[in-house]
Design a protein around this ligand. Structure first.
Ligand code: KG4
Ligand code: ZN
Length: 347
């Protein structure tokens, strides 16, 4: 059963739900881009002691948080549940058990309210955050999605149609930062920790490798991670050396991301680059991209950090684009831990 979309108001009230990894989030958005209220529960403190996200612990925490967060978000937005016109939810990719919590909850709400359900691809949602930040952005544009689970370059055409230009063939950039931080005894999530340490270090201190992969637009960070491990073992580095090591390690990640993003912009003749995902919160990445892109005549758009890391506003925003294009999901929609982005573009 699928609720009709043709009798939706011009500016529908969209409820967004995100639970694909370690943030439970609920948001209310008046389409296309007015955020009315949001509530978010981070599980970072819960997973910290394990040094990474534990899937079952994440699912249980989502179950505990999701209902109170909906109440909070509605209160902040000054809305009631009966005013919601559509429910948008992340249906993948992500941790399967975690995605299922949000998806089952969203399906029940959509069914109970008799409103359309919109299954959103997590990466599509990250890119929609860029459009929320810059609603007047013209298509097509280039998107660099760089998080703990993904590092991908997309050409994005009107109607949020994605063409993948490149992706990581092993670790994601955020994963490389998280694992590198762990090797230096820093807590999870490592990205912000590496950035903090790097602020007092010399980025030229250690010459870490960059995987250019024959100028392909794919990424690889596993060699860099190994290089860090070997460097730490060989030099017997101590805490005093960590700022230089962190700065050099961060620079290697940032250099590859920025260089390949600009290769992609040049090859596809795209003049705007949207950078989203948790790693987009990194100040050094923003600075390097802005410097190099301006030089290359490309505009860089990076939403504020709160919109870069996982949140539900981006899910509602992606839902708004999909609803406007008449793309809704059946209540039989399944969670897909490895959903390719093209699946979402066709649903
Ligand atoms: O998008 P996100 O919140 O969740 C995923 O979908 O993965 O991204 C989380 C990732 C983690 O790897 C985290 O270390 C990284 O984003 N991250 C950062 C920063 N803030 C978060 N990496 C570098 N610098 C930051 N400031
Ligand atoms: Zn994410």
């Amino acid at each position: 059963m699928r609720a009709p979309v043709d009798n939706l108001p011009d500016a529908p009230l969209i409820l967004g739900i995100e639970s694909s990894c370690d943030e439970t989030a609920v948001a209310l958005l008046r389409a296309p881009h007015t955020v009315l209220g949001q509530a978010l529960a981070s599980q970072v403190r819960i997973h910290e002691r394990f040094g990474g996200v534990v899937p079952e612990v994440a699912s249980r925490a989502h179950l505990e948080h999701i209902d109170p967060l909906l109440t909070q978000a509605l209160e902040k937005a000054g809305q009631t549940l009966s005013e919601v016109d559509a429910v948008a939810v992340t249906s993948g990719p992500g941790l399967l058990g975690a995605v299922l919590v949000g998806l089952s909850y969203a399906k029940a709400l959509a069914w109970g309210l008799g409103v359309p359900l919109v299954g959103v691809h997590h990466l599509e949602a990250h890119v929609a955050a860029g459009l929320l930040h810059r609603p007047d952005l013209a298509f097509p544009f280039l998107a660099l999605v760089v998080s703990g689970g993904h590092t991908s370059l997309y050409r994005v055409d009107a109607g949020l149609r994605f063409t993948e230009l490149g992706r990581t063939i092993d670790d994601a950039a955020g994963e490389a930062l998280d694992k590198g931080a762990k090797m230096m005894g820093l807590p999870y999530p490592g990205g912000p920790q590496v950035e903090r340490l790097a602020a007092n270090g010399d980025a030229k201190a250690v010459d870490f490798p960059r995987a250019w992969l024959d100028r392909s637009l794919n990424f690889s960070f596993s060699g860099l991670k190994t290089a860090l491990r070997v460097h730490l073992e060989k030099t017997g580095a101590t805490e005093a050396d960590y700022p230089d090591i962190a700065a050099s390690y961060q620079e290697a990640v940032v250099d590859v991301l920025a260089t390949k993003a600009l290769w992609a912009a040049e090859r596809e003749c795209l003049e705007s680059l949207v950078v989203v995902g948790g790693v987009a919160a990194n100040g050094r990445l923003r600075a390097v991209l802005e410097e190099r892109a301006t030089h290359a005549g490309c505009e860089v758009i990076v939403p504020p950090p709160s919109l870069c890391t996982d949140n539900a506003v981006m899910v509602a925003a992606a839902g708004a684009h999909m609803l406007a294009a008449g793309r809704v999901s059946p209540l039989t929609l399944d969670a897909d831990a490895r959903a390719p982005i093209t699946t979402a573009a066709r649903c």
